[in-house]
Design a protein around this ligand. Structure first.
Ligand code: PLP
Length: 417
């Protein structure tokens, strides 16, 4: 396996490799990031308009999405999700179907619109949103009737209504977790049958292919994040992707304060200042040029972890999927006590690891929201999962240090209990 990270002068002056802290997921900035940033500063294009923004948007289509798609670069993935939901007319008191097991951002975006999440459990095989539970919820709890008057009326001639709450179910928001993909074929089929829009959270899924088509291009709108811990980073940033020009125009409009008249500053509705700056886009473009290498290294790291834990019965590696990009390699251990022992033990070794997110229906702002069924899988995954160092720049030596530490801590904890 090739070592992709050469040592820098500051690294060689620091503690010996065997003692150096190993972070969970940090950026790899070894391409043209400096050169492009310098170009921004030299030319004075540093704000939310500039050539790097359009170059980044265009290259994302050419290299990543393919075909006739539209992209809009935004300040971060959370803002992108908010815009996507606003673009498809998610209104106060609407409902949006979301997974219980996810980073909280997509659910917060639903709340920003004044809408209500309906939580779905995780699938035990894929760890992604449980499509069987979505199907049961729609079949048992919902019905399709004509739309009513309102800002979103006309988006679709028929609308899905939750019979229990009397609210309109506007969309389903699948989240591709950890560099794996949700079952988009079934999700899209359900969305068509029940007249729902699909907003795909692909924040953790750059490079993931589902049935050989990129994650983030299956729904009405896909949203990516370029946060510092993601495979591709701008420092902070996001990208919306859609094949529908009307959605693209509306996203661009809402992201620039919904300005209807450029000269007179007339605004028909409330908009946002969510456009990406040229400085951030410059970093993003340089990162995009290296994406294939980044993804290759992520897959190599996943392969090595999987192979290393194959003979350890207490460790279950994350699911394997064709086309996965394994953003954060994650394992399950036997129970919560062992998870905590592993997190503590790794921290003592200077190795950064973390549990999965506490399911969102358990979090104070969302307690009491509607659950489509039991949330036992999401809860169990949360209690047993540990994400391991997966930076693109992780060296082979560091990877072996992580493998050894995990095996040793799990074996010790197993003997003690
Ligand atoms: C699944 C998911 N959705 C949304 C986001 C939000 O993206 P951002 O941090 O760019 O706002 C993140 C991560 O940051 C994420 O992991």
């Amino acid at each position: 396996m090739a070592t992709v990270r050469a040592s820098t002068p500051s690294e060689t002056l620091g503690p010996p490799a065997a003692e150096r802290p190993i972070p969970l997921s940090v950026p790899e900035l070894r391409g043209k990031e400096w050169a492009y940033l310098k170009e921004c500063l030299d030319t004075g294009w540093i704000s939310s308009v500039g050539p790097f923004v359009s170059r980044f948007e265009r290259k994302f289509v050419d290299d990543y999405v393919g075909g006739a798609a539209y992209t809009v670069a935004v300040v971060n993935g959370t803002a992108g999700l908010h815009l996507a939901l606003r673009a498809i007319f998610v209104e106060p008191d609407d409902e949006v179907i979301v997974p219980a097991l996810t980073f909280i951002a997509p659910v917060n975006a639903v709340r920003y619109c004044g809408a209500h999440p309906v939580f779905i459990d995780a699938d035990p095989q894929t760890w992604q949103i449980d499509v069987n539970q979505v199907e049961r919820f729609l079949a048992k709890e919902c019905e399709v009737r004509p739309d009513v008057e309102g800002p979103g009326a006309g988006v679709s001639t028929q609308t899905c209504w939750n019979k229990r709450t009397g609210r309109r179910v506007r969309a389903i928001l699948p989240v591709h977790l950890l560099g794996l993909a949700c079952d988009m074929e079934r999700i899209n089929a359900l969305a068509t049958a029940y007249h729902l829009k699909v907003i795909e959270d692909a924040a953790e899924a750059i490079g993931v292919r589902y049935h050989n088509r990129p994650a983030g291009t299956w729904g009405d709108i896909g949203v990516f994040s370029f946060n510092g811990n993601k495979t591709l980073t701008c420092g902070g940033g996001g990208m919306l992707v859609t094949r529908t020009p009307a959605w693209a125009n509306r996203i661009r409009y809402l992201s620039t304060q919904a300005r209807d008249d450029q000269r007179e500053y007339v605004h028909r509705e409330v908009g946002y200042n969510y456009r990406l700056t040229n400085l951030h886009a410059a970093i993003g473009l340089a990162q995009l040029e290296q994406l294939d290498t980044f993804l290759q290294r992520k897959r190599d790291i996943a392969r090595r972890y999987r192979e290393a834990f194959a003979g350890t019965p207490e460790i279950t590696p994350m699911p394997q999927q064709d086309g996965a990009a394994y953003w954060l390699f994650t394992v399950l251990v036997s129970n919560r006590a062992q998870r905590d022992a592993l997190l503590d033990g790794l921290a003592q070794e200077g190795i950064e690891a973390r549990p999965l997110w506490q399911p969102i229906h358990m979090q104070p702002p969302y307690q009491g929201c509607q659950l489509a069924g039991s949330m036992t899988v999401a809860t169990e995954l949360y209690e047993r999962a540990v994400s391991l160092p997966s930076s693109v720049g992780l060296t082979d030596q560091e990877l072996e240090r992580c493998v050894r530490a995990v095996r040793q801590i799990v074996a010790t904890h197993h003997v003690l209990h």
